[in-house]
Design a binder for this molecule. Structure first.
Ligand SMILES: CC(C)(COP(=O)(O)OP(=O)(O)OC[C@H]1O[C@@H](n2cnc3c(N)ncnc32)[C@H](O)[C@@H]1OP(=O)(O)O)[C@@H](O)C(=O)NCCC(=O)NCCS
Length: 273
């Protein structure tokens, strides 16, 4: 049973301040541009949970064609937890994606979120860790690259579907580096600069790209490293990063879209894959 007076409405860009405040309460790293990018990409697929007239929770969806979609920004205000609100919003988002006949829904679960998702039929794909490097706390802003970012087909095989429209938007808010068909990005964060995505066919190129990106900042950096990519884990340790928290990539649907995790050296974001 969900809390009394609970309703769900579409999120607008006017809700971003509320989303940011919930993120801050949970120690999340997203900045305004991260929320705006997600809401502007899929305005009808992002929702706010309300108790009477008070916003209390958020959830977003990001679709990549009809093959794959991501659920993210699942946050409930601490005063309203354990009242079924996350479960109700999740069911609403899943129904919205089912209406659009999305074949596979994924998300990246925190330990607090995983039990909610398991009850809704999500299963584990693989585990990963957020890694962190310490640095000058005031230096978490990254200037976006001004040149147009060219999307290479390598990403489609690595991620599992074509997400070039999404990557163009991400690149517009990031510093991007490319080498042949491999690429990497670095963007501003609230607590730390965020390294990712880094997509590469060769580990030597991944290492060079990551080195170039890390040279852009003296600030703290977060890097979400896919657990099954042993080379990426080694690189994170080699670059002086340490594990800070565990996450689980989960999926639900007709058919898993696996991608090639060995070509994913840094994830793009737990909110969108
Ligand atoms: C995770 C979160 C969204 C859950 O929101 P919520 O509204 O409290 O979740 P619900 O009330 O719908 O929980 C549904 C069920 O999931 C399970 N569950 C929820 N939170 C749990 C927790 N912390 N530990 C164990 N089980 C939990 C319980 O079985 C719960 O049912 P019950 O309360 O009847 O036992 C909320 O705790 C939150 O915002 N956390 C911080 C941000 C975060 O980690 N978000 C998840 C991102 S992946």
């Amino acid at each position: 049973m969900v809390a009394e007076g609970f309703t769900i409405r579409e999120m607008t860009t006017g809700d971003v301040d509320f989303g940011l405040s919930l993120g801050e309460m949970s120690g999340w790293n997203q900045v305004r541009t991260d929320w705006l990018r997600i809401v502007n990409y899929e305005p009808q697929g992002c929702f706010v949970g309300m108790i009477n007239r008070t916003p209390v929770s958020t959830i977003t969806t990001t679709t990549y064609g009809t093959e794959l979609a991501w659920i993210g920004m699942m946050l409930v205000h601490p005063d309203y937890r354990r009242q079924g609100i996350a479960s109700a919003l999740m069911k609403h988002a899943i129904a919205w994606l089912d209406e659009r006949q999305i074949q596979c829904i994924k998300l990246d679960a925190t330990p607090a979120g995983a039990p909610v998702y398991e009850q809704l039929g999500f299963q584990n794909e693989w585990n990963f860790h957020r890694y962190s490097r310490e640095g000058e706390p005031s230096e978490t802003f990254v200037e976006a690259t001004s040149s147009t970012f060219e999307i290479h087909s390598i990403d489609e095989a690595a991620f599992g579907v074509n997400r070039s429209n999404w990557l163009q938007r991400l690149a517009a808010d990031s510093h991007a580096e490319t080498y042949d068909s491999d690429f990497g990005m670095l963007r501003s964060g609230r607590l730390a600069t965020y390294l990712g995505p880094v997509i590469a066919e060769k580990s030597s190129t991944a290492e060079a790209l990551i080195g170039q990106l890390l040279a852009k900042t003296n600030g703290p950096v977060f890097w979400d490293v896919p657990g099954p990519n042993a080379t990426a884990v080694e690189l994170a340790e080699q670059f002086g990063f340490q594990q800070v928290r565990p996450l689980t990539r989960m999926w639900r649907g007709k058919k898993l879209v696996p991608g090639l995790v060995e070509h994913q050296f840094a994830l793009a974001s737990p909110a969108t894959g």
